[in-house]
Write a protein that binds this ligand. Structure first.
Ligand SMILES: [Zn+2]
Length: 460
């Protein structure tokens, strides 16, 4: 049999796994954990693992697991993938996962948690072959296509099997730094007309959020950030440490008279991203001003991987250790994260905030995490408590996901026979979206676990 099967993700955002089966071979795309705050998950993570890989008596293998990007809702169950199954991910995405894993392993060790270390697992992952070129997995031809997302080094896949061309989008957008040009060129040159489109639909129900948002794309985000940073002396930015398009915008939007600050973990991730993307997007993925690193108790060891990096624009070191007596005087933009270490009563950044006179927060995370939002996150609500009013905080965030207009454009450009929505809270709504009207009769809504059979091509 030849088929597509979405084990989980036909009617929820995240926690997804999709299978492409060709006779007795199969590849899986992503192996994600349920997002925290996923209400009434239909399928629990443990159940999912068993459905996909079987149990001890009846184990099931796979030719490969292809990971689209490093977000937990796509790769969070990586430790449950059998050891003899090959895992693939982008080279830079792998480096970033390793930086995260190193930090997690250190924290677990410090806190005395007896859990398996994550770094060896990441080391097991293989990088993708050349972007835009196919590789054959026993009759399933896979072409990875680098795409725009809030995670850098994210991929879509063109899958050719059984005489059918299928585009699996993963999470994508066209309003990040790679932008419309990259999106349109990829679809035009590497994809073209397809038979089946399997697409994410995160933003289907979030149109109001997009309308209300102060910024629509990363470029606007940078411009608005510049105004905020100029108007305030002590700027604290709440942003995901791996949302690199936004981080690069904040970095470049830091006014020349203010210091740009982050901790060593964030600095390491910025370094990886700049090295990997400098040749693609040199305007944004480049060293501009000095990055000052907030080292705990001014411990020199935290600069170990950073101090030899030279900024080619001025021949000086790109990273220096931050000195509070200088930046507190001069004013700054500080990238921050809320405390998630249960052993710490007051987090590192919360402590720093206490020492500031009048910090202004630029909130650059999904607004659903805030008090009264769709999935309030305690670490975040604690961080902004008492400051979440207009005179102390501004929301400045662009979604990592395609807007309805982008999805419609993708449908027009690829003109598929069948459209299968996933990574969405309402697959059925696809049929009623006015922008999708020309394709409404092609929308095919699946249930989790349902098998979509690819009929054998009859010779014409
Ligand atoms: Zn996702």
């Amino acid at each position: 049999m030849n088929s597509i099967r979405i084990y989980r993700g036909t009617n929820q955002i995240g926690g997804i796994v999709t299978e492409f089966l060709s006779e007795d071979h199969r590849i899986l795309i992503d192996f994600g954990a349920n997002l925290p705050g996923t209400k009434d998950a239909q399928i629990k993570d443990d159940e999912l693992v068993e459905m996909v890989f079987g149990d001890k008596e009846h184990p099931r293998g796979a030719d490969a697991v292809l990971v689209t990007h490093y977000h937990g809702d796509h790769v969070g169950l990586k430790d449950r993938i059998p050891e003899d199954v090959d895992m693939y991910i982008g080279d830079t995405a792998k480096e970033i996962l390793k930086a995260i894993a190193t930090r997690v392993d250190t924290m677990n060790k410090l806190n005395g948690n007896n859990v398996n270390p994550e770094v060896p697992l990441i080391n097991r992952m293989k990088g993708y072959w050349k972007n835009g070129t196919p590789k054959d997995f026993s009759g399933i031809r896979v072409t990875p296509l680098l795409c725009d997302h809030s995670a850098i080094d994210a991929y879509m896949f063109l899958i050719e099997m059984n005489g059918r061309r299928i585009l699996y989008t993963g999470d994508f957008r066209e309003h990040g730094i790679p932008g419309t040009e990259t999106f349109e060129n990829t679809i035009k040159n590497n994809v073209g007309k397809i038979d089946i489109l399997v697409t994410e639909g995160t933003m289907i129900f979030r149109t109001k959020e997009v309308k209300d948002s102060a910024v629509k794309d990363e470029d606007q985000l940078g411009k608005e950030a510049y105004k905020i940073f100029n108007a305030h002396k002590e700027n604290v930015v709440l942003v995901s440490s791996t949302n690199l398009d936004s981080i690069m915008e904040f970095y470049h939007a830091t006014p020349s008279d203010k210091a740009f600050l982050c901790d060593p973990y964030q600095a390491e991730i910025m370094k990886l991203a700049i090295e990997a993307r400098n040749s693609y997007y040199p305007d944004k993925y480049s060293y501009k001003k000095t990055i000052y690193v907030l080292c705990k108790e001014e411990y020199d060891g935290c600069m170990k991987n950073l101090k030899d990096i030279i900024n080619p624009n001025n021949g000086l070191q790109s990273f220096f250790m931050a000195k509070p007596e200088i930046y507190m005087e001069q004013g700054f933009v500080m990238l921050a994260r809320p405390n998630r270490n249960p052993k710490l009563k007051v987090g590192e950044f919360e402590k720093r905030m206490q020492q500031m006179k009048d910090p202004f927060i630029t909130y650059s995370l999904w607004e659903g995490y805030l008090e009264g939002g769709k999935a309030p996150d305690k670490a975040i609500t604690d961080f902004v408590r008492g400051r979440d009013d207009e005179s102390h905080m501004k929301k400045l965030h662009t979604s990592g996901h395609a807007y309805v207009e982008t999805l419609a454009k993708l449908m027009d450009m690829t003109n598929p026979e069948v459209i299968i929505p996933m990574h969405t809270e309402s697959a059925k709504a696809f049929k009623t979206i006015p922008q999708f009207a020309a394709h409404a009769d092609k929308i095919h809504v699946l249930h989790d676990g349902e098998v979509f059979t690819l009929k054998t091509e009859v010779s014409r």
